[in-house]
Design a protein around this ligand. Structure first.
Ligand SMILES: [Zn+2]
Ligand SMILES: [Zn+2]
Length: 262
């Protein structure tokens, strides 16, 4: 299995996963055209995808989902509530064979090619936000962005993954002293907002095991964070606990990452 982040942050999130003879897009938060361009940039023809997994209905995760699904005839996988909330049926009508919606439920894993996908509930201010784990040939990839805190189901799902992609959204001081209006600051800081660097670092240390070789720090705020701060927080926390840190990579917004082998 291998993973390429096509882009991550509040301007758009999308990640491509390849394994077991299949390819998945995880979130589709760029325009259809941009998704296709970024996929081609990492060597994947858009019509060769086998599914688009959506986490929740915020635009930075679904912007191009319906049109991409319709244009390239790729089924969408998300919860029924997210499908409704995102208006995905209107944006890509059924009946043209151009798209299908496959309903995802936390606790009900499903197969796409040789990959097994499982959703788990995530606390965030959307109707039914989920994270995903994808397993293939004994390797596990865990994905959670957009979470206000880290309850047990999230910890359980992310434990013992070979590759983890976890939100490290903001530096607390930068957010508090930054330009966001107070109401937005409170939303981001809330129990259904986004993870700050220190909380993400602590969660990471709790769920990472010997097999967790690599971690992608995702959804970094352009206004309230910097890659060196997110990386520093994670490194410090591993050091504080006397553990060797996994390879840490901050995900960028502007361009796709290289492929990471899981
Ligand atoms: Zn987001
Ligand atoms: Zn969100």
């Amino acid at each position: 299995m291998r993973v390429a982040v096509l882009g991550s942050g509040s301007a758009g999130n999308a990640t491509c996963i390849e394994g077991g003879g299949a390819r998945l897009l995880l979130d589709a938060g760029f325009s259809c055209r941009e998704l296709a361009a970024r996929l081609r940039a990492v060597g994947v023809e858009p019509h060769r995808l086998d599914g688009v997994l959506v986490t929740h209905e915020h635009a930075d995760h679904v912007r191009g989902a319906a049109l991409f699904s319709k244009t390239y005839r790729v089924p969408l996988h998300c919860t029924a509530a997210t499908f409704r909330a995102a208006g995905l049926a209107r944006a890509a009508p059924n009946g043209h064979g151009a798209h299908a919606h496959l309903s995802v439920e936390p606790g009900a894993p499903f197969a796409v090619g040789g990959m097994t996908v499982a959703a788990f509930p995530v606390p965030h201010d959307a109707v039914e936000t989920v994270g995903y784990t994808v397993s293939c040939a004994g390797k596990n990839f865990g994905y959670a962005t957009d979470l206000g805190h880290d309850p047990e189901p999230v910890r359980r799902a992310l434990r013992d993954c070979d590759l983890l992609m976890l939100e490290s959204n903001h530096d607390l001081d930068m957010l508090r002293e930054g330009p966001y209006p107070q109401v937005v600051k409170q939303r981001v800081l809330g129990r259904h907002g986004h993870l700050d660097n220190e909380t993400a670092a602590a969660l990471l240390c709790d769920v990472a095991t010997e097999r967790t070789r690599r971690v992608i720090l995702a959804h970094l705020s352009r206004t309230n964070n910097r890659p060196d701060l997110a990386l520093g927080a994670a490194r410090r926390e591993f050091e504080r606990r006397g553990r060797r840190a996994p390879d840490l990579h901050p995900a960028g917004q502007a361009a796709p990452s290289p492929w990471f082998e899981v």
